[in-house]
Design a binder for this molecule. Sequence first.
Ligand code: ACO
Length: 437
Amino acid sequence: MSDMQTDKKAKIELDGKVFELPIIEGMEGEKAIDIRSLRAQTGYITLDSGYMNTGSCRSGITFLDGERGILQYRGYAIEELAEHCTFVEVAYLLVHGNLPTPAQLRNFSEMLGRFAMIHEDMVHFFDRFPPYASPMSILSSMVNSLCNFYPEMTENPLDNIDAMAARLLSKVRTIAAFSYKKTMGHPVVYPRHDLSYCANFLNMMFDSPVAPYEINDKVVAALNKLLILHGDHEQNCSTSTVRLVGSARVNLYASISAGISALWGPLHGGANQAVMEMLETIHAEGGGYRKFIEKAKDPNDPFRLVGFGHRVYKTHDPRSRILKQASEDVLASMNVVDDPLLEIAKELEEVALRDDYFIERNLYPNVDFYSGIIYRAMGIPANMFTVMFALGRLPGWIAHWMEMWNDPDTRIGRPRQIYVGPQLKPFVPMAERTGNE
Ligand code: ACO
């Protein structure tokens, strides 16, 4: 991993003394003050809630420029990857750092087929969840459990990267589809060797003993695109969680299970489900979206226009541009002529983008704004949307976990704090406590 140590220094004056801190520069000109020696030199720490100004690592996986709306995986523009690749190719790219040759792709795809089953004892786990269990909770628990069934992967995780990545990608897909079948009360459908990654997933989701599922190439292509767009997004909340948990040297499954839990949150991956619920509420109330815009602008109302805003993008999220077009294509290919939710989404976007509140705060539609509409057209229910996000983000999590594991700079993640609690006071024995101590 290379960055450039520049000749420049940042100077900081504390208690009448000047300290110099190195300045480093990334491959795309991003600049950072290297504060690793700050506390040792000065006794001071930095305070940065939400880590908005903190670089937690150096990474060679994804480049993201939120001001200019640029997203690249391993140096390739997201627009080109979404246009020309399958999800399996992009997963390989993220994990290995290079696009696969035809032979590498064949080998990787063959492994995805071979590892698709999950241990039959694990299949019984699904029977013990209540019927209303959240698929995200099931996914997180099952991924954590994988380390008990495939312990060989926890010992030397980097010995066979191909097999490790293929095992996880393949099994998580099976677990995701089984969790849906479980919530429906339907028998699970086992994976098939003859189907591609995405076709196999759709078949496990929708095939049934009474109604065989017909694979639609356009739907398969749209699913590939959606998963590619979710593949990685540098140090977001769930990826940082995977890295942080992994920094304690815990195994990959446990780290990814923690990442799945982080993704579950409505401010992160859970937003795609929340967008759909918001659009449905607007539709049920007669389509009057302006009321929701006013609520979102009201400083006394906690409501936020879900699917808008992003911690990093201060312009259009490049992924949402691709998805807006994809949503129209999928709906057309599935003969959905008028989707009222798509119409509401488009109008909402148009009005919000002309509104001063959203303009001043750089609030643009994010990736979640359109993804739910496509998933819905495919027949995927809203409570599975975040599971779909997890499936797409998996290669990114694996790539980051490996990078963290290999990086000689990695230390156990352990931030500091500014203590604001009570100062030392005498202990009060039980008999003397009034409750007001
Ligand atoms: N609707 C209305 N106002 C908003 C929204 C929104 N969706 N998002 C931010 N704002 C406002 C805030 O109220 C704040 O206004 P103020 O300066 O007057 O107080 C200002 O914009 C800045 O907002 P922050 O919360 O400071 O921005 P932050 O970077 O911390 O949050 C986040 C980013 C969490 C994504 C936020 O925009 C949000 O809650 N969006 C809705 C949920 C969502 O769509 N999440 C998905 C994110 S994408 C992903 O995870 C894949």
